[in-house]
Design a protein around this ligand. Structure first.
Ligand code: PLP
Length: 405
């Protein structure tokens, strides 16, 4: 299917903005995506029409808000093809979801000397929560290396398993290299050792079909704001038997069944993991964002972004002294690069002056930067609302700016 990008762009009012008098070219989608009008309208509609605290009220509005929140949960369930809506926990985002698992899983399933396998390409969100547990509980982190194309070394991965391995926690897609990891194969390997798996889907869910039953990971997490939804809402998918088994992460209202000073009993799933008033407006807006994505079709999005990536790779490679980091055979729409010895920060700042928003720095992946032997990169990351013309302008701008150094 050919996407009508011009029409799609009109759904995103911010894309009409001018920055320093130049039309905005937004190429920072891996950091966060822009929001279609329908998502923002859903937030406004929620606050103006269905705003009342959920799960607690007998009155009309409270029940309507509760139903909207639970309907959103069912939409996420269907989007991920989870077995049950009990397997969908709303969190503040990927980071909170990983912290939840790191804390609850370590409490329940790990003791000093037990091991978690991560990879060198993880975002800090999938490293630091484990380091905190390592410092508290003496668990040990093992790290899968990458090859020079930016792909995980699967032989090394297989050799990391020991009888102390308790969990594998890896990203589906790298936010720096764009590498799409062969997570299905990796999950099968972990299961062969009876080890459960957590997949960080922050970068993958916006760009490809994710079917949690097919992947069979025990836990899968993503952030709403990276898939055209609002900030402050995200999802932890967990297999029901695992979520049942793990202790709550935070205590408070909503997550309890009964409270006395002698003993508190916890609520059933999914509420056990949603302490306090949930972001019931955010959840409905997230579902609206997923509906928007479904309207275009995730496979159409994947195909279009794949073409954009191929085009951008070709155009950027025409530039002298261009170094692209990440040449994996399976790669999503992210390009990290450096040009000659121009500092990434300088290039990013000058591109900004031309209206082109890219990200610079270590991208919350300092371990990966150390492995690559660099401090940071410039990163252009694409969405279905980007075009080949914008990529031409990026390439032309880099050529022009190069002359200034
Ligand atoms: N994991 C990956 C791979 C990411 O790219 C990001 C954000 O860039 C995160 C985790 C953290 O996401 P959030 O800040 O939405 O919690």
């Amino acid at each position: 299917m050919i996407l009508d990008i011009k029409k799609i762009q009109t759904d995103f009012p911010i894309l009409k903005k001018e920055i320093y008098g130049k039309p905005l070219i937004y190429l920072d989608n891996a950091a966060t995506t822009q929001k279609p009008r329908s998502v923002v309208e859903k937030i406004e509609y929620g606050y103006y029409n269905v705003n009342a605290n959920i799960h607690r009220g007998v009155h009309f509005l409270s029940q309507a808000a509760t139903e909207a929140h639970e309907e959103a949960r069912r939409y996420v369930q269907q989007f991920l093809n989870a077995r049950s809506s009990n397997e969908i926990i709303f969190t503040r985002g990927t980071t909170e979801a990983i912290n939840l698992i790191a804390s609850s899983f370590t409490d329940e399933c790990m003791s000093a000397g037990d091991e978690v396998i991560l990879s060198v390409m993880e975002h800090h969100s999938n490293i630091v929560p484990w380091q905190i547990q390592a410092a508290k509980k003496g668990i040990v982190l093992k790290v899968i290396p990458i090859n020079d194309w930016g792909e995980l070394c699967l032989d090394e991965y297989r050799s990391l398993f020991t009888e102390r391995t308790r969990l594998v926690s890896v990203t589906h897609m790298s936010n720096v290299l764009g590498t799409i990891n062969p997570v299905k194969e990796m999950i099968e390997e972990a299961h062969a050792h009876d080890v459960p798996v957590l997949i960080d889907g922050a970068q993958s869910v916006p760009h490809m079909k994710v079917d949690v039953q097919e992947l069979d990971a025990e836990f899968y997490v993503f952030s709403g704001h990276k898939i055209y939804g609002p900030t402050g809402i995200g999802v932890l998918y967990g297999k029901e038997e695992w979520l049942d088994r793990l202790p709550p992460y935070q205590g408070g209202g909503e997550m309890i069944a009964t409270v006395s000073f002698e003993k508190t009993t916890f609520n059933e799933l999914p509420f056990k993991f949603e302490a306090g008033t949930p972001d019931y407006i955010g959840s409905t807006a997230l579902a609206e964002a997923l509906r928007y994505v479904d309207g275009i079709g995730i496979d159409n999005i994947a195909a279009y972004e794949h073409r954009l990536l191929a085009y951008a790779t070709e155009r950027l490679n025409e530039i002298d002294n261009m170094r692209i980091f990440g040449q994996a055979a399976d790669k999503g729409a992210v390009i990290s690069f450096l040009v000659g010895d121009i500092h990434h920060y300088d290039l990013g700042m000058l591109l900004d002056r031309l209206g082109i928003a890219v990200r610079t720095g270590h991208h919350c992946a300092q371990l990966l930067m150390q492995r690559l032997g660099i401090e940071g990169t410039v990163r252009a990351s694409f969405s279905f609302y980007n075009t080949e013309e914008e990529i031409d302008q990026l390439a032309a701008a880099i050529e022009r700016l190069k002359g200034m150094f």
